[in-house]
Design a protein around this ligand. Structure first.
Ligand code: X8Z
Ligand code: ZN
Length: 625
């Protein structure tokens, strides 16, 4: 039951009280050997779940304050609340072993399984190391949140935030500026390196005590299949989409070379990361103006539309809420508007990375985001509200089932709604005057692919790196090299200058600093198209998927709500089936959506040699360009 999605410490499961755990397991007289009964197991779990709320809410509140007001004190307070929670969950998970191997009703057995998997940062079961781990986690999160690039400008110190630097990467075409912004931000993570490697050590020790090989294996055990099956599943999905990524990479590289000349043309075929419009080259939509097709009609610019109509930060959130309301969901509570953070405060450090919270596991939904009036943030707002509406839909479930079917589902819901932000929808809500003709679809699809398809290898490699870090295959001495090797192998992007182990580039990405698992976003990119297709079918909307909007469709809303309200009570294939009729994650929906673009890209790429030196072809690494 996550209080917050995209969270650092509390993540997934919230606490359970050690007192209750101990009292439950201490009921038997000393020396009693009789086998535990189902009634005892039920009572244990009931007691545990009652406690979940209390400690979880305490930790969530402390973390909310810490991330909205980063100071040494709030970091310590958040760490302390997390420590109490972690201790309780650990103790309960260990005590629960006495029910191992018992034949329990399916619901109860599922709860025991989820209880064990509930910590994202499992901790060793001793006070000193647990304290050290929670403090490290809180510190790393705070370091990222406070991160700034300070430099001397005209004899004065000027400090730039991630927001400032990201704006440069998104909008500038000046190579010195791009390089400076990229290099500047990547300095913030250098001091994280040692803390991170110690965090890995401690967390692995905790995972082992709970019976997992390491923390990565524990994360991969949360998908109703074995960790090995899960790794194979992500690989299978990626291989279905790799040709599309390769076509996009080839096309984009060619356009960048047209624009920047030699500076974009590496002999190994990789793209310099700082030219792709995003600090981590994870989504490339910001360089659409540079790579837009010259020959077809231009698509519209949503950022411009929002600015023209003077839509402000709150107004953007209202658009998101209205979409959900149009599907039949109840409005967000008044407290959402009172307690959320929408705009970056001027006077204090906050964690700006967007997150959605359900502080009291009931009705205290909140958004925390430093919104800017851009198309990118318009999508992110829908993404976050998807979390909030999910949280509310499953609130009637017992605490351990208050979560998404798998974590990819949580990340996919809001994005699914954002796929319905089509030109027709924008016209209907008054943001666009005329719907562009079908001839502009190539531009529209290219813009979408720059975000959705470009993301796929990135979404995969973050946890490929982390799984190997947790398993020990990547040692601290290889952190940075392994990171760039994976970036090369999967994304085909290269750093602006040679990097070394004096750097710690993984830490410059929020989810590494905050210990938020990442495979979920990879799954979500695939699931959201499956959800979208399912909703469009329910709504009876014909025609190409990229022109379908389920806005105002109550039948689609009902179907969506049906899946959301199941929470994590059933294995995820059941939830997927409720919405899509399918029981497998399946890349055909995303592939169908982009099929017209793939054809177009293949035509544009005629005569080009796709790929780069060191790319992974599935059959092995490609030797040379
Ligand atoms: O972290 C997020 C959300 C919060 S769960 C803003 N996303 C990933 C990222 O920014 O890296 C959404 C897309 C991928
Ligand atoms: Zn999210």
């Amino acid at each position: 039951m996550p209080n917050r999605i995209c969270q650092v410490l509390i993540t997934f499961l919230i606490g359970v009280c050690a007192v209750s755990a101990q009292s439950t397991s201490a009921k038997k007289p000393a020396g009693a050997k009789s086998a535990p009964t189902v009634a005892e197991a039920t009572a244990f779990m009931k007691n545990a779940e009652v406690q979940l709320d209390d400690l979880g809410v305490r930790a969530a509140r402390a973390q909310w304050v810490q991330e909205n007001f980063i100071t040494d004190d709030t970091e310590t307070m958040a760490a302390q609340a997390q420590e109490v929670l972690t201790k309780a969950v650990t103790q309960l998970a260990l005590d629960a072993r006495r029910f191992d191997g018992m034949k329990l009703p399916a619901d109860l057995a599922r709860k025991f399984k989820l209880l064990k998997l509930s910590l994202t940062a499992p901790a060793p079961n001793n006070d000193a190391e647990r304290k050290e781990l929670t403090e490290l986690a809180s510190k790393l999160d705070g370091m990222y949140g406070k991160g700034k690039y300070c430099k001397q400008v005209d004899g004065k110190e000027k400090c730039l935030s991630l927001g400032d630097l990201s704006r440069t990467l998104a909008t500038s075409t000046n190579q010195d500026e791009l390089m400076d912004a990229w290099m500047g931000w990547h300095k913030i993570s250098v001091p994280m390196r040692e803390k991170y490697s110690r965090f890995v050590q401690l967390s692995n020790k905790g995972a082992k005590e709970l019976g997992f090989k390491d923390t990565g294996a524990m994360w991969r055990s949360n998908y109703d299949m074995t960790p090995e099956q899960f790794s194979a599943e992500t690989e299978r999905l990626w291989r279905q989409l790799e040709p599309l990524y390769l076509a996009l990479h080839t096309y984009v590289r060619k356009q960048l070379i047209k624009k920047y000349g030699k500076a974009a043309e590496r002999a190994d075929g990789m793209i310099p990361t700082q030219l792709l419009g995003n600090m981590w080259a994870q989504e490339w939509g910001n360089i659409y103006p540079i790579v837009a097709p010259a020959s077809t009609d231009k698509t519209y610019d949503l950022t411009q539309l929002l600015k023209d109509r003077k839509v402000d930060e709150l107004g953007m959130v209202r658009y998101g809420e209205n979409f959900f309301k149009s599907l039949g969901f109840a409005p967000l509570p008044q407290t959402f508007w009172e307690r959320s953070l929408f705009v970056k405060p001027k006077d204090r450090d906050v964690v700006c990375h967007a997150s959605a919270w359900d502080v009291d596991q009931r009705e205290d939904l909140r958004l925390k985001m430093c919104i800017e009036v851009t198309d990118e943030d318009f999508v992110t707002i829908h993404h976050e509200l998807g979390h909030n509406f999910y949280q509310r839909a499953y609130k009637e479930q017992p605490p351990l089932f208050q979560d998404s079917a798998n974590d990819g589902f949580h990340e996919a819901v809001g994005d699914t709604i954002a796929l319905s932000v089509t030109p027709e929808y924008l016209k209907e809500v008054g943001l666009l005057d005329t719907v562009p003709p079908a001839s502009a679809d190539t531009g529209y699809l290219l813009k979408m692919a720059l975000d959705k398809i470009a993301f796929l290898p990135f979404g995969l490699l973050i946890d490929k790196w982390r799984w190997q870090v947790f398993s020990g295959e990547i040692t601290p001495a290889q952190y940075n090299k392994a990171w760039w090797d994976l970036k090369a192998k999967y994304q085909g992007v290269a750093p602006p200058v040679d990097r070394s182990e004096a750097d710690f580039d993984p830490g410059a990405k929020y989810h590494i600093a905050s210990n938020t698992p990442y495979a979920r976003y990879f799954l979500a990119r695939i699931l959201q198209f499956q959800f979208h297709r399912g909703l469009c079918q329910t709504a009876g909307i014909q025609g190409p998927l990229h022109r379908c909007s389920v806005y105002k469709n109550k039948a689609a809303g009902e179907k969506l709500n049906k899946m959301l309200s199941m929470g994590k009570s059933q294995p995820w294939p059941d939830a997927l089936e409720a919405l899509t009729g399918q029981r497998q994650m399946d890349a055909t929906a995303i592939a169908d959506y982009f099929a017209p673009l793939k054809k177009w890209l293949d035509e544009q790429n005629q005569g080009e040699t796709p790929g780069w030196k060191g790319m992974d072809t599935g059959a092995g690494v490609k030797p040379a360009k």
